[in-house]
Design a protein around this ligand. Structure first.
Ligand SMILES: O=c1ccn([C@@H]2O[C@H](COP(=O)(O)O)[C@@H](O)[C@H]2O)c(=O)[nH]1
Length: 278
């Protein structure tokens, strides 16, 4: 089976460097003229899929906004994932899972086993119980051509006190995560399948991303204040592996499909320009 890294590389080549999040905030539902209920949620998600699923490289449903409607929200997530998979975009489920290894194994089968109803191309994961505890996710991802994006330097200001703290060997926590993921991707071509999350808001990282050989998901663009130009400062020489991610900035243009598409096209153009700057 083709690896997630290879599939992502091709998708970005064909569709451009962009991930769009499906984040149905109550404020966005209201702005779109939808109720903050399960029907509003379903209509919001299917409008995004219909408008963008056939043209954006990666779509990233944010699980929290579905989970808040309980079992019906999870059913809506399941059907959104199915629609996305049919539409041709890669599906990255933002669930930020992490736990002791035996429990991570269950999360891995939930999201990365093709027989699961919520099977996706890739998930986000938290390494703060130790990168090694995510081993079962990496294994199942490798077996079925899936991907995992591991948090390294998150886009929120509170992340720095943990992620930039230094361990006994002098490396920051973020650099330790980066180094462990780099080892997992070593030798993969054209791109490894284990990515990192590094926020576009974080400024100079002080980290060495040169050996990652995997995708670098960059949230924080738009609503959180970062611009495509900030990607240069954050990623430096690793710019070519960056997958910029926008949610509210693009979603705020809806609900008209043409307006959503135009917002996504603007985002791709801005990011292409920033990522190819020398
Ligand atoms: O460091 C991180 C990791 C994940 N996110 C997620 O991305 C989107 C951002 O939404 P915007 O509307 O573009 O601000 C959201 O789902 C976050 O949970 C992040 O922002 N930062």
């Amino acid at each position: 089976m083709e690896s997630f890294g290879a599939r992502l590389h091709r998708a970005v080549d064909e569709r451009g460097p962009l991930c769009v999040g499906i984040d149905p905030h109550p404020e966005l539902l209201a702005r779109w003229g939808l109720n903050d209920d399960i029907d509003g949620l379903r209509r919001f998600a299917s409008t995004v899929v219909d408008a963008l699923g056939d043209r954006v490289a990666v779509v990233k449903p944010q699980s929290a906004f579905f989970e808040r409607f309980g079992s019906r929200g999870v059913a809506a997530l399941e059907s959104t994932i199915r629609q996305l998979r049919d539409s041709g975009s890669l599906v990255l489920l933002d669930v930020k899972r992490g736990d002791i290894g035996s429990t991570v194994r269950a999360y891995a089968s939930a999201y990365l086993d093709p027989s699961s109803p919520v099977y996706v191309d890739a998930v986000t994961a938290s390494p703060f119980l130790g990168v090694g505890s995510l081993g079962p996710m990496f294994e199942l991802a490798a077996e079925h051509g899936g991907g995992v994006f591991v948090l390294a330097l998150t886009s929120n200001p509170e992340g720095a006190s943990v992620q930039r703290a230094r361990g006994a060997d002098g490396r920051t926590v973020a650099q330790t995560v980066i180094d462990e993921i780099s080892q997992l991707n070593a030798g993969a071509a054209p791109l490894g399948s284990i990515g990192l999350v590094v926020g576009a808001t974080v400024g100079e990282t002080g980290c060495d991303l040169s050996a990652v050989n995997g995708p670098l998901l960059a949230p924080g663009l738009g609503a959180q204040g970062a611009t495509a130009d900030d990607l240069r400062v954050v990623f430096g020489p690793a710019l070519t592996s960056v997958l910029p991610s926008y949610s509210r900035e693009v979603l705020g243009a809806g609900p008209r499909p043409e307006a959503l598409r135009a917002a996504a096209e603007r985002a791709v153009a801005d990011c292409r320009a920033a990522l190819t700057m020398s």
